[in-house]
Write a new protein. Structure first.
Length: 600
């Protein structure tokens, strides 16, 4: 890797990309400063004999300021402390034969490592892994871990992208967590942020042309991916992705807000990154996932073999929003475009059958046309969820859906997510209907805290709660910078044996077992144009999928308080029924999944 510190025979080589600086000095901790040689490619480098893993260092700039290595692999004292040399080969993997699992087997569980346990460490999280494996979870989605300012953060303010946050333990503890997960048959995917840096501790703009003069993001100037000097910025990002996959043996990456990665070059950064990642790991089941609010189906293109060309799948907010609006009655804020009385197509039916609910149509709330046709993609190109960090955290109090929605609606919502052919994801605590909230939290310096709080209140105005007199006002939001907000988000695992946690866990476990038995074996080979739907009422649909083995899976769904008539009959074998149902009727909040054809 061309960035950061590297162990070499007899010492350590240090490299810093800083083309805008005439000189840089290496300052090893406890030793004399050493000048670094400036190379024509903009790197400053020096090799120091006698140093080993564990040595700490900083770079001294021409104005005499000391900064951490932008490619530091470990910051034991946080972003303002020294970087530490690590030995990538020191950890002895206990499951070196692990090659991953097929994508269709994925049942995701999203974790914030600091809030998943009271201790907030990798070691504590590792002790909970067997419970997740016993539940039937097969994949973990880890929220971003790049080192950020302060003692706690959601993860999206990372500034040192190569350093897993010291708040959760050293890099070896993260590797041990991943290793233990693999030993239990659990894949591990990491959320990474390549569209911006956090507001505190990033010095790249002082070193070289890291940011763009022509692209603006919601967090400030966009990264320079297509202008003069962009080659090394692109390499910094691609190497980061390869680093996580190689040194931590992760099974995949989720690219946060991919639509905010602006690149007008002939080959988009994401095309380069996904191609290089797959090429570097032949034979492994490698899964690359996108968050993309623009709903660009081209990023989910399949090769003739059926394998993904770029991304394996995308988080599908359209399906979530359509089901959430129906289950909760919330049709303001960003749920406004998913109101059940909207004319035309069924948002629920289309999202279940074809992927995107909006495929070029106008979204009034966003004041733009959104999406592209997606029916040609397999259902497995989409990740579905009842909750995730955004949909819980982007509420005034960080409320989970079972805190405010009718229980029968929540059960129906969860059943659809866990049994439909899309790849399901649960958010931590969802399996026990956790009473703890998950508010937004972000430690920041005192001078920024009021701005962060006011910005949070402004962001919450875009959600449905401000327009609903039954919901809390944005002014009542928890202060993201208050340690109490972080503490409130921590799961209380002592809830699990109690009602309703135990009963809800049994419900989720039963659905997962049914999915693994009846749905997963039929997903291999499932193709595009496999889904179709009939709208039989404002909140009633019948969706049928042609499965990979030639069988037909049918969902009849009524997410309303009134019975619905005129539905097609179920298929020949009933898999799951909730509520009241007849050959052409569904009672309030009722659904059934059924199957017919080959292998039934």
């Amino acid at each position: 890797m061309p960035f950061g510190s590297q162990l070499v025979p007899g010492g350590v080589c240090f490299q810093l990309w800083a083309p805008d600086l005439a000189r840089v000095t290496l300052q090893p901790e406890g030793k004399s400063a050493l000048p670094m040689a400036r190379r024509p490619d903009g790197f400053h480098a020096v090799t120091v004999p006698g140093l080993t893993a564990g040595a700490r260092y900083r770079f001294r700039l021409p104005d005499d300021r000391l900064i951490a290595d932008p490619a530091s692999r470990y910051q034991p004292e946080g972003i303002e402390g020294p970087s530490q040399v690590t030995d990538p080969g020191a950890y002895i993997w206990q499951n070196p034969q692990w090659q991953g699992r097929p994508w269709e087997e994925a049942i995701f569980y999203e974790i914030h490592p600091g809030a998943f346990t009271p201790e907030g460490t990798w070691a504590a999280a590792q002790r909970r892994l067997r419970d997740l494996a016993d539940l039937g979870i097969t994949a973990l989605q880890i929220m971003p871990v790049a080192q950020s300012y302060g003692a706690f953060n959601w993860g999206y303010d990372g500034v040192l992208w190569y350093a897993p946050s010291a708040a959760y333990g050293p890099p070896e503890a993260f590797k041990a967590f991943i290793d233990a997960a693999h030993g239990l048959g659990l894949m591990v995917c990491l959320d990474v942020v390549y569209n911006h840096f956090g507001p505190v501790g990033n010095h790249l703009s002082e070193l070289g042309p890291a940011f763009s003069a022509s692209h603006e993001s919601p967090w400030g100037p966009g990264l320079n991916l297509d202008g003069p000097g962009s080659e090394m910025v692109r390499e910094f990002i691609c190497q980061n992705a390869l680093y996580w996959l190689r040194e931590f043996r992760l099974d995949g990456l989720r690219i946060d807000a991919a639509h905010m990665i602006f690149d007008d070059s002939p080959r988009h950064l994401l095309a380069e990154l996904t191609e290089r990642a797959r090429r570097a790991h032949p034979g492994r089941s490698l899964h690359l996932i996108a968050e993309n609010s623009d709903n660009e189906a081209s990023w989910l293109t399949r090769e003739a073999s059926g394998e993904p060309k770029f991304f394996t799948a995308q988080w599908n907010d359209d399906l979530h929003h359509a089901l959430h609006a129906a289950a909760t009655g919330e049709v303001t804020g960003y749920y406004a475009d998913f109101a059940p009385d909207e004319p035309g197509f069924s948002r629920i039916g289309r999202a279940l059958a074809e992927g995107y609910a909006f495929q070029g149509e106008h979204k009034r709330h966003e004041e733009r046309d959104c999406g592209t046709p997606s029916a040609h993609l397999p259902p497995t190109a989409f990740v579905s969820y009842m909750q995730n960090h955004d949909q819980v955290g982007n509420r005034v109090r960080g409320s989970r859906i079972h805190h405010y929605a009718p229980p029968e609606a929540v059960r129906a919502f969860s059943t659809v997510v866990l049994l439909a052919p899309q790849i399901p994801l649960l958010f931590m605590g969802e399996e026990v209907a956790a009473r703890t909230p998950f508010p937004f939290f972000s430690d920041m310096p005192p001078e920024l805290r009021q701005d962060i709080l006011e910005g949070r209140k402004e962001e919450l105005l875009k959600t449905p709660e401000p327009e609903d007199p039954r919901r809390p006002d944005p002014d009542a939001t928890l202060d993201p910078c208050d340690p109490a907000s972080f503490q409130a988000a921590k799961l209380n695992h002592s809830e699990t044996p109690e009602e309703p946690g135990a009963e809800w866990r049994a419900f989720v476990r039963e659905l997962i077992a049914l999915r693994q038995r009846e749905i997963v074996p039929r997903l291999r080979g499932i193709g595009g144009h496999s889904g179709s739907y009939i709208r039989t009422g404002p909140l009633a649909v019948c969706v049928t999928w042609a499965m990979g083995d030639g069988s037909r899976l049918r969902l009849r769904l009524n997410l309303s308080e009134q019975a619905q008539w005129g539905l097609p009959p179920p298929e020949s074998r009933l898999l799951r029924r909730k509520g009241e149902a007849g050959p052409d009727r569904l009672g309030p909040w009722s659904l059934d999944f059924s199957l017919s054809g080959t292998g039934t």
